[in-house]
Design a binder for this molecule. Structure first.
Ligand SMILES: Nc1ncnc2c1ncn2[C@@H]1O[C@H](COP(=O)(O)OP(=O)(O)OP(=O)(O)O)[C@@H](O)[C@H]1O
Length: 303
């Protein structure tokens, strides 16, 4: 352990990545604390993979700084040995079989747990002797997920590797992840589109959109941060006047408007008395509202 271990696990400031004239990541600040589960969320092309590649030293920033365990990741082998990055389309040597992947994993990951890997191999039904090239998409995803879990790396990134998994296998992954992290605390970063599925897993939300951070907050805080109010149009519009509206929908005389910000108990009572229905907004709905198309005005919804 060094003195660097007392600070955050990841600290990025002004992180910028450009591809030609396109800015994939635009002056992003990120801080990941030890032993938390982070959800890196955002639409296709938002910049999630780019951010993870920068944090793991696979690509270099055009601006800003990255420190992982207090050091620049690419230049320090001891830092890299504490990072596990599982990508959706992991590449393996041509002749590799899953047995080779699991046999070589301990060379890269000092905390590798052989027994856990064996359990997961059985649970995910990975055919150990089949050439990697012949595996189904789900089986290939399972190989990645097993490496990510059994590596027990202090900082583990899962870049949507579980997309190929069926619903049962995904549930297994989520359960195993939670159980193992409870026993062996470490920092996990999950990037995913399946927000509802992971919303109970995530402790901290980082929402990326077009290379910028839209939300960087405690998941609990984010979950309670938006409300949808439904009722007759005039009443709903009067109720949301002056609020930060992030979504509008409606049909005929009915309106459904989503807004962010706290709601006082007296305002809740007032809504009930006005015959309005209030519903909390799920993390997934919130992300859709914040990263979707522009919010229509009341007039556009009516017409
Ligand atoms: N090597 C590259 N050259 C040019 N553009 C790139 C390159 N790598 C990424 N980009 C662009 O940068 C943007 C961010 O890509 P990134 O892969 O980080 O998105 P993402 O949030 O991971 O998306 P997805 O959810 O679809 O995987 C995209 O518009 C992508 O096309």
């Amino acid at each position: 352990m060094s003195t660097h271990d007392t600070g955050p696990v990841v600290r990025a400031r002004g992180l910028t990545k450009t591809y030609g004239s396109f800015t994939a990541l635009d002056a992003v600040d990120l801080t990941f604390e030890a032993n938390r589960i982070y959800g890196l969320l955002g639409r296709n092309g938002a910049g999630k993979t780019t951010a993870m590649q920068l944090l793991t030293g696979q690509i270099f920033p055009d601006g800003g700084t990255v420190e992982v365990f207090g050091r620049t990741p690419a230049e320090h082998a001891d830092v890299l040995s504490r990072i596990c990055f599982i990508a959706e389309s992991q590449k393996y040597p041509d002749q590799f079989r899953p047995s080779h992947v699991f046999a070589s994993a301990p060379w890269f990951f000092p905390n590798w747990d052989e027994a856990l890997a064996a359990e997961l191999i059985a649970e995910f039904r990975v055919p150990l002797g089949r050439p990697i090239k012949k595996l189904s998409r789900g089986q290939l995803s399972a190989v990645g997920v097993i490496v990510g879990l059994a590596s027990r790396a202090p900082l583990t990134f899962f870049d949507e590797p579980y997309l190929g998994l069926d619903a049962v296998a995904r549930a297994t992954f989520y359960d195993r992840l939670l159980a193992d992290v409870a026993e062996h605390p470490r920092t996990i970063v999950l990037s995913t589109h399946l927000i509802d599925e992971v919303s109970n897993l995530i402790e901290h939300v980082v929402l990326v959109d077009r290379g910028r951070i839209l939300i960087d907050a405690d998941a609990e805080e984010v979950r309670g941060s938006a409300t949808t109010v439904v009722g007759t149009r005039g009443t709903v519009e009067a109720f949301v006047t002056g609020r930060d509206v992030i979504g509008r929908d409606g049909i005929g005389g009915l309106a459904s408007v989503t807004f962010t910000g706290p709601l006082h108990p007296t305002e809740r009572r007032e809504a009930r008395e006005l015959g309005l229905e209030l519903a909390p907004v799920s993390l997934q709905q919130l992300v859709v509202h914040l990263t979707g198309t522009e919010i229509p005005t009341e007039k556009e919804v009516v017409s």
